[in-house]
Design a protein around this ligand. Sequence first.
Ligand code: HEC
Length: 104
Amino acid sequence: MKTRLSLLLCAAALSAPGFSKPLKIELPPETAGFKPGPGAELATGQCLACHSAEYITTQPPLPASFWKASIEKMRTKYGAQIAPDQAQALVDYLAHSSAAPEKK
Ligand code: HEC
């Protein structure tokens, strides 16, 4: 009797509405972007294929030399398809938008 009852409960649990439905996960919409300015569109096109804008915009103010190296790393280590003539424009934008003074 006990076994039959637990089997019954088990069957009830398995057929409960929602249990066998495929799990649907909705991610929140991407809200962060780049600060508008010359080069912002380039950054949107070149930097968001692999990660969110926050990876970039949450960095502390950093000088152009950092961004140059960072873009180089994205290209050589992670395979970002950034044309060499776009790199300088991106450096300018990123260094400017983080408003970091360049240390000489
Ligand atoms: C081909 C893919 C790809 C593209 C395109 C790309 N990145 Fe990245 N980026 C990565 C990966 C992979 C990481 C490391 C993620 C991790 O460690 O979790 C990363 C991390 C970063 C970080 C965090 C610090 C670090 O070095 O790990 C910064 C800053 C960054 N990227 C900047 C940029 C900028 C600026 C651009 C556009 C010019 C860009 N990324 C484009 C792949 C890419």
